[in-house]
Design a protein around this ligand. Structure first.
Ligand code: NAD
Length: 512
């Protein structure tokens, strides 16, 4: 490493302080664009995990009792500070996750929009009152905070997942402990500096780094009210099990295998442009990246020819180079896993039309973790490459007779995150929206990511449980419906017995 390259010593942030804990083991932090070591990440344990939740628990009562307009001041300040620091935060994502700098800027912009949504909390947190459920008695639903929430992030969206969890959780009055991925922790270091700069009270947001040991410590931690995750399906299921044993609330978004259906009237230029963005953007490491393409025969050959030509022109290289289209994948292990799937596809009998293994990159990047655009044709739904999440820039093209064939494939797949269709036929559009067995549907878009004002999440194995992020659902998850049954007594009359009819009303209303 050159003398000018900073060495990033990632630290936990607990109770308003950066923690220097030299007793913890560390993992190296790599630059995926070059393979060089960038720094080190502490591997937290039960002790560091519990220190963070204890700090959050201590901060909770005062934060919960902070008047809502004051709490919202912090959310507005967070929004303004993010707008000011947009570029440095995007750089942080581009450095360790090696998301292409243009996409990193897009991710930060999306988080700014999510925080706008969090600014609607005062409108959405309002409870309900049912007056006169009996004489002088009303029923009230109060959307109350719950205490300490903990969040676990995947490597591929370090900023977005922060946005999905923290502004909503703390805006409604909870405190938070966040565990970034060990592969992309830099963004949250920048966010903690930002939260400190706006004067967020200590302990309201805490960061603890590490892997599963940190999370597993929360399952029996009495300070923890709930855990949320964005990650792979096996991780979501493991957390559901762990949290289930003590009844902790969970919001667990899992893995994906997204289909794109191409009909005979697909607008071809738009389709190609969107498949490139969706399939190769972030090097295919998006939960809404297209992976399986179901194409009707009338347009199959033209589509494949056009897609191949466009894919051959995709430039691969350093995530910081604005002139390349696609950066590296996250790690050496990820590169090897994707290359293994390419070999599996060949062994299964699919046609490898474009082989992304060992793409040409610039001098200085040869040790980076690159896989270029890869296209298989003649794929069938029962092949491993069509069934399993590859999480890389690999497209599997299958032939289907009509829309029903595409819908059947989507229904039969155990994952159900997103699915898109390219067509101009109104009947097919409505049919696809109604029948595609996924949580998020796109029409003539390659990435069907809902706007922050709407809920985001899949179904089937892509979501464990049924809580989704963003929108009203995102706010509801971080609150509990507390119900109050309230009788008022006229102080002038004191405990005067109510008329007989009222007593029976009260009996029936409290009976259950
Ligand atoms: P991962 O599941 O390996 O790790 C996610 C997080 O969970 C990390 O912070 C990790 O430290 C932690 N973790 C790993 N194993 C654990 C365990 N057994 N118990 C508790 N915590 C554990 O996922 P990843 O490789 O970081 O991210 C890619 C995955 O995330 C893909 O499957 C992708 O589809 C998914 N993802 C889903 C969405 C969505 O919206 N559904 C969005 C982004 C990413």
């Amino acid at each position: 490493m050159s003398a000018t390259t900073p060495y990033y010593k990632i630290r936990d942030f607990i109770n308003g302080e950066w923690i220097e804990n030299n007793t913890l083991e560390t993992a190296p932090l790599y630059n995926p664009s070059t393979g060089a070591v960038l720094g080190e990440v502490p591997l937290g344990n039960e002790e560091s995990s519990r220190a963070a939740t204890a700090a959050a628990a201590q901060a909770y009562p005062a934060w919960r009792d902070t008047p809502l307009p004051k709490r919202m001041d912090y959310i507005f300040a967070m929004h303004s500070a993010m707008v000011e620091r947009k570029e440095s935060l995007a750089q942080a994502i581009a450095i360790d996750q090696a998301k292409h700098i243009a996409e990193a800027r897009g991710e930060v912009q999306r988080v700014i929009e999510i925080i706008q949504m969090a600014c609607t909390i005062p409108a959405l947190i309002q409870g309900e009152t049912v007056p006169s459920i009996a004489n002088n008695i009303s029923g009230r639903i109060i959307k109350a905070p719950m205490g300490v929430f903990c969040g676990v992030a995947p490597f591929n969206f370090p900023a977005l997942v922060f946005g999905w969890f923290i502004p909503f959780a703390i805006g409604v009055g909870n405190t938070f402990v966040y565990k970034p991925s060990t592969e992309s922790p830099l963004f949250m270091q920048g966010i903690m500096e930002l939260l400190t700069s706006i004067g967020l009270p200590q302990g309201v947001v805490n960061i603890v780094h590490g892997d599963r040991e940190v999370v597993e410590a929360w399952y029996d931690d009495e300070n923890v009210a709930g855990v949320c995750l964005v990650g792979s399906t096996p991780t979501a299921k493991a957390i559901a099990q762990g949290c289930g044993r003590n009844g902790k609330k969970t919001m667990l978004l899992g893995g994906a295998k997204n289909f794109l259906a191409v009909m005979d009237d697909a607008p071809m230029d738009l389709l190609i442009e969107n498949v490139l963005m969706s399939g190769y953007g972030s090097a295919g490491q998006r939960c809404l990246a297209v992976s399986n393409i179901a194409c009707v025969p009338e347009i199959h050959d033209e589509f494949v020819t056009r897609l191949l030509a466009a894919s051959e022109n995709v430039t691969v290289g350093d995530a910081m180079d604005p002139d390349v289209f696609m950066g590296p994948v996250i790690s050496k292990a990820a590169k090897e896993r994707i290359e293994k799937y390419i070999q599996i596809g060949l062994d299964e009998g699919a046609t490898l039309l474009l082989d992304g293994r060992n793409p040409t990159v610039s001098a200085g990047n040869q040790d980076g973790y690159y896989v270029g655009p890869t296209i298989f044709t003649d794929v069938t739904p029962c092949m491993q490459i069509a069934k399993e999440e590859i999480f890389g820039p690999v497209l599997s093209i299958m032939k289907v007779g009509c829309i029903d064939g595409a819908l059947r494939m989507i229904k039969n797949h155990p994952m159900g995150n997103g699915a898109c269709i390219f067509t101009q036929n109104a009947y097919n559009i409505e049919k696809f929206i109604n029948e595609a067995d996924v949580g998020m549907v796109g029409v003539n878009v390659g990435i069907c990511a809902p706007h922050p004002y709407m809920p985001f999440g899949g179904i089937k194995d892509s979501l464990v449980g049924n809580n989704k992020v963003q929108g009203k659902e995102g706010i509801n998850f971080f609150t509990q419906n507390k119900v109050a049954t309230v009788r008022v007594v006229d102080p002038k009359e004191g405990q005067v017995a109510a008329p007989a009819s009222t007593n029976s009303d009260v009996r029936s209303c409290v009976a259950s």
